[in-house]
Design a protein around this ligand. Sequence first.
Ligand code: UDP
Ligand code: MG
Length: 315
Amino acid sequence: MIMDPTDLSIISPVYNEAGNIELFLSRLLSILNSMQINHFEIILVDDASTDQSVPIIKKHLEMDSRIKLICFSRNFGQQSALFAGILKSRGTIIINMDSDLQHPVEEIPLMLSLFKKQNLDILFTSKKDKKGQTFFLRIFSGLFYKMMGFMTDCKIPLDASDFRIFNNKVKQFLLDFHEFHIYIPALLGLTGFKSDVYLYEVSQRFAGKSSFSLRSLFLLAVNALFSFTHIPVKISIFLGFLSLLISTGYTLFTIFKWLIYGVVIPGYITLILFILFFNSVILINLGLINEYVFRIFSLIQNRPNYIISEEYNIK
Ligand code: UDP
Ligand code: MG
């Protein structure tokens, strides 16, 4: 497959991947060579690894200027690392993939040909099976993607991996989003461009261990809930109306009883329950408002999502 000059940018986040990075680069380079793609760049974004990842990558940078490195000043997370790489990329086609060999580089030729044949803007991928995921992670991630599908305008496939292809047109729009928390699959889904899903067999992590936990998935889900849906606002309005209905009903009931029996029952427990109920409704609503105010505040602060400390081979 021969492509035009500087066509392909492969962007991969790196966090403590010293045991994987050599093999990742050699497998990737051999695939790209076999496809006869001469003009490509591999952008590795180091998310402040504490192991030997950076020194190992630096050895490769000196030998091959197509390998590029961006180093973060501290750990900012995988999504920010991907975003930084996308921003610096020069290719007309962009591939995102992990550097732990879980995303098989051998799938790239087929994915690229599908991407071109179908004239796609985005090719998402999804795992064929969920090898290596715990039961809870599986249930929770299933729920998360179902929620995203039903309740938002984002067209993202079920269990979308951070292994994907998209073109420069999509990249330009992607960079227009100024988000509090970056979550690239949902942003890509929001663009609404022509997309398809490619199913692949996920490999086991070659070395090291995953940094993605149930906790990070939970935080991602909370962020998605606030950033991509209006569900919290709708729930709070619903709760407001529900409490209004209950309190109006109870007031009418009390007046009715008073009219019939002429006495007001000394309902101490009911009173306490009502106070607790309305207080919780008020607190939930305050919490929601606080979350939105905090997000607006963070956007106004306009802090960068990441800080780059060093760059190598980036022009
Ligand atoms: N990663 C990162 N920053 C982090 C955690 C992970 O850049 O704080 C990178 C990591 O090096 C890998 C990718 O993101 O290339 C996916 O991470 P991981 O394998 O830990 O997640 P999982 O595959 O289990 O979802
Ligand atoms: Mg992984």
